[in-house]
Design a protein. Sequence first.
Length: 439
Amino acid sequence: MIALKKALEVAKSSGIDSLMMFSSVKAELSVSYLDGVLDCLESSSDSSFLARGGMDGKSVNFYSDILDKSSLELMIKSMKEQQVYSKPYDNDLLVRPIEGKLKGFPVNSKKNYNVNSKELSDLAKEIYDKIRAADDAIYSTNVNVIVQTAADECLNSNGVHYKYKSSAAIVTAQVLAKKGELYVEDYKFKLYKDITKVEVDKFVKEICKSTLDKLKAKNGVAGEFASIFDPSTALTLLSPVLSHLSMFSIDQNLSLLKDTLDKKVFSDVLTIHETPHDKTPTSVPFDSEGYPTKEKVLIENGVVKTYLYDQEMAKKYNHEPTGNGFGSLTIHPGLTKITIKKGSRKFKELVKDVKEGYYITDLSGVHSGLDALTGNFTLSAEGYYIKDGKMKSYVNQFTVSGNIMNLLNEIKEMSSDTKTSLGGDVSPYMLVNKLIISC
């Protein structure tokens, strides 16, 4: 391996005067426990190197799995050849050091770096044994326990130089159950800051309940009802809408949120922050341009508070970059991760307020069923039918439809309890006044 500083020196001596370089080294240790047998024990590592910038006013780039002597020589050769056909490069887009930024960014969970395969296999077996012992209807289980570590570094010709280490522990379980001729399955995952914090009993209880409830499923009731979205399904709906905060989408007239800055377009219950520095395994200290990320208010009481800018959009619109330039060879504004502001009452209390409606635990078909230009959606769903404030039965399949902008104006309340996605997004349960249900 060649150090980034050495590679930058070689590039500069070869006439590449404006360059940003990224390197990443990732390692993963994982075990899989399938039907009582240690099915897989795997240790893997991966590295990548990306260089992007300008040479004599022309855009150049290079990607390799590793940065060594031969790949560095190939990078110089490739970049010189690219000058013949590549587009112009704007040196102003290369990030400059920012005073006081990115100091003391935490290293996540050093305990994960010292974990061994026996610890993981023992944990996977414990989870597996407790799931299989929960009910005779459960006939197959696959448990995975994974520890991931990463070391990322970026360096550019203007003196920007950041390093960051991170780690995460992930537990997943797939559970299959049957009753007569009915077969069902469910899947659950949980992200932990370190492997010692896994809550085995809680994890097992949740996955077993959701699986076994599907064996008792009944037909749903169609109509327009108040409904509660599970945190995962709330994020499924909100993420595509928040992507419209991208200044690139606005610039291309492809955004539902164009001309909405400082305007109220959602329910006043909805407040969303971007939280890249939340000291979790998914923290994001800098974007793909080497610009420090920062926490910001995206939506406040239904009001759009900011758009997202990369270097190019910031220059075009005379705005400070927001640390949201993401991509590899092509950069556009995008989000890191979000935290939706929670309410004051627990999920169980929200259920009691629903005279008739649904608790939606799963949504699918967003990529094809949600029109990005109009906001209209028709999605497949699963969840619980609620009657008189009680969850009566699981419904395996029904359809929800409407317009996403209208739906987000119908938010009545957020719960005080939250869940965190694998990507680090944090969401409460979301109660809406009305939702069209088809069965």
